[in-house]
Design a protein around this ligand. Structure first.
Ligand SMILES: NC(=O)c1ccc[n+]([C@@H]2O[C@H](COP(=O)([O-])OP(=O)(O)OC[C@H]3O[C@@H](n4cnc5c(N)ncnc54)[C@H](OP(=O)(O)O)[C@@H]3O)[C@@H](O)[C@H]2O)c1
Length: 292
């Protein structure tokens, strides 16, 4: 059985590729990417690295040819992802793929404050469910790894500025997200399932500030701000306005409890507990303490 992974040179894609190569014969691992040169090391290990770009739908049937299962990693092109993901699903169907697994987001409900960030996941889920292909959806919680650069800023300024109120998230490491995907791709019985892949605990911004402080040994104080004030502050720090707004909207979604979910799916899929945020931060302690 051949398994194809799209976006294989991305941060999540590469982790999945490496874990698949531990579990399957390399020639059955198809790595689809816009940047085959970035996966030259995995091609050398025998992986079947192929060019594929969702913006060039004609590239996709050949990219997926011979694969039984495809993992569709959502792209990072917010605002363009419906067309891109539609092309990916169409390409998989045209190539005769049986089963597509999609990387979605916790609770992509209608009316989500994060707008396109969540809406595009919901619409892709719907496209996949109505595609006639077998499907599985992995709804990932917030990447724990993203708390590292935020933690760096918090340690540097002694402040964690947030509009998320008392809302909680259940961060999960990319490495664990990869493990859940690999479990689905390499075992049976996941057709028509939606899995909430979350970290082991729901944490407020105060909880996260306390963890960053404990791991770094530096004081970190939570500074609650309103949505507009956060956008203003982020743009002053150089963030483009759309990015600042997107971050603030994620804060609103957190405050309104869209991400307050801890689910046992990860442990059920992998047979182990997901990595706590504290351990992820400990693994990056040097970065937390690095001076700019
Ligand atoms: N849960 C969370 O907290 C969270 C946070 C941020 C993002 N995400 C989502 O998770 C995805 C993977 O995260 P990551 O950290 O690995 O992101 P990343 O390193 O920025 O990777 C971006 C991904 O998008 C793919 N891509 C971009 N344009 C494409 C196109 N035209 N056709 C095919 N693939 C395209 C890239 O594939 P190639 O470069 O190999 O072609 C790559 O896999 C993101 O793209 C985003 O949808 C989740």
């Amino acid at each position: 059985m051949k398994v194809a992974v799209t976006g294989a040179s991305g941060q999540l894609g590469r982790l999945i590729a490496l874990q698949l190569l531990e579990r399957m014969p390399a020639h059955d691992v198809v790595l689809v990417t816009r940047r085959p040169h970035a996966l030259a090391d995995l091609a050398e290990r025998g992986a079947d690295v192929r060019y594929g770009d969702f913006d060039e739908p004609e590239s996709l049937p050949a990219a997926f040819e011979g694969a039984t299962r495809v993992l569709l990693i959502s792209t990072n092109n917010i605002g363009e992802r419906i067309d891109q993901h539609r092309a990916a699903i169409g390409g998989a169907a045209a190539a005769g793929v049986q089963h597509v697994t999609y990387t979605s987001l916790t609770n992509p409900a209608p009316g989500h404050p994060a707008g396109d960030v969540a809406d595009e996941h919901r619409e892709t889920e719907e496209l996949l469910m109505s595609s006639g292909l077998e499907w599985t959806i992995l709804r990932y919680g917030a990447y724990a790894d993203l708390q590292v650069p935020l933690g760096v800023m918090a340690v540097r300024y002694g402040k964690l500025v947030t509009n998320a109120g008392h809302g909680r998230i259940a961060p999960i490491s990319r490495q664990d997200c990869a493990a859940a995907a690999v479990a689905v791709l390499t075992s049976d019985g996941h057709e028509g399932k939606i899995y909430d892949v979350t970290g082991p605990e729901a944490l407020s911004q105060s909880d996260i500030a306390a963890l960053v402080s404990e791991v770094s040994g530096r004081p970190v104080q939570v500074v609650p701000v309103g949505d507009r004030r956060l956008v203003w502050g982020l743009t002053r720090f150089g963030a483009p306005k759309p990015v600042a707004r997107a971050i603030a909207n994620l804060g609103v979604a957190t405050r309104e409890n869209y991400f307050d979910l801890v689910d046992p799916a990860f442990e059920m899929l992998t047979g182990r507990r997901p990595t706590p945020l504290r351990d992820v931060l400990v693994g990056h302690r040097g970065e937390l303490l690095a001076e700019d």
